[in-house]
Design a protein around this ligand. Structure first.
Ligand SMILES: Cc1cc2nc3c(=O)[nH]c(=O)nc-3n(C[C@H](O)[C@H](O)[C@H](O)COP(=O)(O)OP(=O)(O)OC[C@H]3O[C@@H](n4cnc5c(N)ncnc54)[C@H](O)[C@@H]3O)c2cc1C
Length: 373
């Protein structure tokens, strides 16, 4: 069986590595720092295709939906391979409005979702507060989606690392890929710590840094940029026990099973800067407080900052390329946790069988060749 190198030990690299190793491929993951400390750690862990979707995202929505359906199988297989249960939590999600402007916007979103057959419900202000009693009394009405879910992404990362290694994969941390080696239209390995390492396949899963990896041909540089996201982790207590995911205008509040209430997330074009900033934290807390006034007295646990890998069209870049043996799994932007199962299952099958995945059709890097041409 051929050898595969995965560049990047985030959730995408680890899950691909695990699936390939499980199927008998010799796999090495090369991670520049410590695996699972990039965007995948900072993420909130929402699995929310319905709440997340805008009017223009229909293809992405179907991909996300398929991936959400794969989660129970994915977490079960993971449990079998590493002994850690990472539960899918069906907390449901409420999208409240607080004034006429919100109400009109929500109505449009609701009508659109209903038209394409999503299981959404329009609820009055009092019904919304029955579903989530900590919602502000200023709520004028809401959309309720009871089958969006969430997961503990940090536990998922720990489980994936163990499963990958138990299936025979090798994880090398503090191993920065310095070059992707390509000769005569075929990939033949990478350079790390000045040493050439051979392999038949290379998968670029470097998250927001994917475009920076040296050696990729100019026309195959994935158009991925870092999109900064800050979140505040509050600690829930009896004064405020939110149980539902709340997606209010420009902020979400997400109760986690480990006792955190995540208030997130900023969406900033700040290059590779990962400093938390007073202004964004202030805005998030203010908006969060407007939606759930009782957060005012909650203790602050920590602040996390991550860099989402945002592609030019905000769709993931997953699939093969013109260079034999060179694959991409990057650009997952706001949905990388949600899109983990479909990326890992479909791309690992593709690499092993040589047959392109129909589920990933249209998400490959080739869609950008046309744009540059
Ligand atoms: C604040 C925030 C909230 C989010 N919330 C959600 C959510 O609720 N639901 C959801 O689905 N998604 C969410 N996301 C998006 C999600 O986190 C990302 O899409 C996903 O984590 C991307 O995974 P990744 O493995 O591609 O990237 P990363 O986790 O960033 O991993 C990439 C890795 O590649 C390594 N690397 C880069 N270059 C090299 C190199 N040359 N050599 C070796 N290693 C290299 C890096 O060190 C890094 O560890 C959120 C993101 C943020 C920032």
């Amino acid at each position: 069986m051929s050898k595969t190198i995965v560049i990047g030990g985030g959730i995408i690299g680890l899950s691909l590595g695990w699936q390939l190793a499980k199927k008998g491929v010799s796999v090495e993951i090369l991670e520049r720092g410590k695996s699972g400390t990039g965007a995948s750690f900072a993420a909130a862990g929402m699995l929310a295709p319905q709440a997340e979707m805008g009017f223009d995202d229909i293809e992405l929505f179907y991909l996300c939906r398929k991936s959400l359906e794969m989660f129970p199988k994915f977490t079960y297989e993971l449990y079998e391979d590493c002994g850690i249960k990472v539960e899918l939590e069906k907390t449901g999600c409420i999208l409240p409005g607080f004034d006429r402007d919100d109400a009109e916007r929500l109505r449009r979103l609701y009508d659109f979702r209903e038209k394409i057959g999503m299981p959404v419900l329009w609820v009055s202000s009092s019904e919304a507060r029955e579903i989530e009693p900590f919602l502000s009394p200023k709520c004028t009405g809401a959309i309720w989606i009871d089958d969006d879910a969430q997961i503990n992404n940090r536990k998922l990362l720990d489980a994936l690392k163990i499963a990958f290694e138990k299936c025979g994969g090798k994880l090398y941390e503090d191993h920065e890929v310095e070059n992707v080696n390509i000769k005569n239209g075929k990939v033949n390995g990478v350079k790390v710590h000045g040493i050439e390492v051979e392999s038949d396949n290379v998968i670029v899963a470097g998250g927001a840094w994917s475009k920076q990896i040296p050696g990729l041909p100019e026309n195959l540089l994935p158009p991925v940029r870092p999109v900064k996201g800050q979140i505040i982790n509050l600690r829930l207590n009896d004064s405020c026990r939110v149980t539902k995911v709340i997606r209010a205008p420009d902020v979400y509040l997400l109760p986690k099973s480990d006792g955190r209430l995540i208030v997130g997330a900023s969406c900033e074009e700040m290059g590779f800067d990962v400093n938390p900033t007073a202004g964004e934290i202030f805005k998030l807390l203010e908006r969060g407080w407007e939606a759930v006034p009782a957060i005012y007295d909650l203790p602050i646990d920590s602040i996390d900052v991550g860099l989402r890998p945002g592609s030019r069209d905000h769709m993931p870049i997953v699939g093969d390329s013109d260079i034999e043996g060179l694959f991409f799994a990057t650009g997952h932007y706001r949905n990388g946790i949600l899109l983990t199962p479909i990326t890992a299952y479909e791309l690992s099958e593709w690499i092993i069988s040589g047959n392109a995945s129909s589920a990933l059709n249209g998400f490959g890097i080739s869609r950008f060749y046309k744009q540059t041409a």
